[in-house]
Design a protein around this ligand. Sequence first.
Ligand code: NAG
Ligand code: NAG
Ligand code: NAG
Ligand code: NAG
Ligand code: NAG
Length: 563
Amino acid sequence: MIPRCHPCVALLAVIGLASAASGVISPLPPMGFNNWARYMDALNETLFVETTDAMLAKGLLRAGYNRINLDDCWSPRERLANGSMTWDTDKFPRGLPWLASYIKSRGFIPGIYTDAGTSSCAGYPGAYGYEEIDIKDFADWGFEFVKLDGCNMPTGTEAEYREVYGKWHEILSKLETPMVFSESAPAYFAEAANLTNWYNVMSWVPEFGQLARHSRDTLVWNSTLYWPDITGWDSIMFNYGQELRLGRFQRPGYFNDPDFLNVDHFDYTIHERRSHFALWASFSAPLILSTDVLSLTDEEVKYLTNPDIIAVDQDPLVQQASLVSQSADWDVLTKSLHNGDRLLTVLNKGSATADLTVPWSHIGLTTDTPHTPSKLSIKDLWTGRSQTVDLKRSKGFTARSVPPHGTAIFRISNPAPGSSVQTVPTGLIFNTYSLNCLTDSSSRGGLVTWTNCTTSDSQVWRARDDGTFSSLADEKRCLVEKDGNIQSGECNKRAKWDYFLSGTLVNRDSKKCLTEIQDVGASATSEACGFMTNEQVVALPVGVTINSLADDGSVFDLRMNSA
Ligand SMILES: *[C@@H]1O[C@H](CO)[C@@H](O)[C@H](O)[C@H]1NC(C)=O
Ligand SMILES: *[C@@H]1O[C@H](CO)[C@@H](O)[C@H](O)[C@H]1NC(C)=O
Ligand SMILES: *[C@@H]1O[C@H](CO)[C@@H](O)[C@H](O)[C@H]1NC(C)=O
Ligand SMILES: *[C@@H]1O[C@H](CO)[C@@H](O)[C@H](O)[C@H]1NC(C)=O
Ligand SMILES: *[C@@H]1O[C@H](CO)[C@@H](O)[C@H](O)[C@H]1NC(C)=O
């Protein structure tokens, strides 16, 4: 059976054409090593040589971790008199061209760091005004990846970041050997009371580079000395939560970056380390280790090189798994994989080992169509063991004995040869500022409200190809817009919606946007569309078609507000 042409596949085809024209530099999320979270400014030639050798010897290169990237503090405090950067010869006695060539000789790709502003975050020279010189030098030295941080910009406006990162993109695109461009710009606009600038920066980074750091750094090794109140787990959950808000931006060739895998941080339990890896893989996020690679135990290397979980990260669709349900103790995520399989990721945020049953419908399965398989094969990606489940005899799948702060991860297949699991985009619709979930409150006369997220069917929305959405609480009704109110009602012409890269869900009939006005109570309303406002930017289940422009190219043109 040929997998049905699902909106995300159609989208992929469109992006595929665009990418072929512009050249895809990194179609899959980068994997490798960076020194920062583990060693900060204490980097040197010996560290990179030994890490490169250890990555090779421990099988990390073979598993896909093929990049070795330097972070801040590799240079002296001043540029050379002629304007070029140079390396700190105490730290790198044989020089960076030698190191880059050593890294390549062992089968890895070398990467370097600089800052878009006048100085780096640690106070080393920044590249502002020296873009042409620095890019040429980095390329001449042999680097093929650059992380451009965003500290110390002259004015720090969104327009300035856009101009400078755009300039980097323009110069980088002229290089003979392409350089992967990692952009830290969004992190400088995160966590604001007004998220418009953050969303706006996120909307242009995919045009310029291959990955972007959207929020905080993961905890550095000795951080608990000066941030005693932040645990390692809080740090993982923080970046995970930021990533969940931004799923719409990810696509082949561009990845949201929730930062390094600092999986050997002393503050983590083994379950937390494994969750860090499994959650990042579920997102198809970059997998850049920032650990003491030499000291990784066999057990740690074994889970970090789990081929089934790496295949989820490196899946050609590179979907970012999205939330199906969320409660105090559990997050459930799902996404599609290129061969028609479905991913199920179950995170236990609670403090005790527990089971969770996830209804088939929550994973996006349509159990009532003629194409629905009667049996599914479910592989536990941690153990590698598969089981066959009869769909008609069970309400859902139970993830058993998930440890506290642990993550269970499953690959669901149709066991009939060459067949896919039939799914439609399904999951939470939430405001990415308030994090409240859109709720079908049928018991309140068909009203749709914004409330705390739960595991209830009334918050799990199924998106259809025709632009309609129904909650699993009542699939005969649709999300409709009527005179400014949002209801669960008749699936008529007011029930069709378009989702945009701006994050707005726009009613096709009225052209108004789904809105959460927090000071008028919890009812969902529709209002004239603004520009990426806190009230109107929502996250939808992965797989819903994302439009970049409105039909008339007006209100939703992301460039509208550019300076
Ligand atoms: C943390 O480690 C880095 C790198 O070794 C060092 O520069 C820094 O001073 C340390 N910070 C503290 C608070 O110990
Ligand atoms: C290189 O860096 C590592 C990690 O910070 C440190 O342990 C080592 O002493 C340094 N070696 C030299 C020669 O500076
Ligand atoms: C500056 O001098 C260094 C060392 O001689 C050289 O490698 C570099 O290309 C020069 N940069 C410029 C901009 O001329
Ligand atoms: C939020 O920020 C944007 C961009 O700076 C601005 O245009 C908008 O007016 C701000 N919204 C509010 C409610 O202050
Ligand atoms: C919603 O969640 C917030 C934050 O966790 C909590 O303070 C509040 O009591 C919850 N409200 C309801 C109605 O459950």
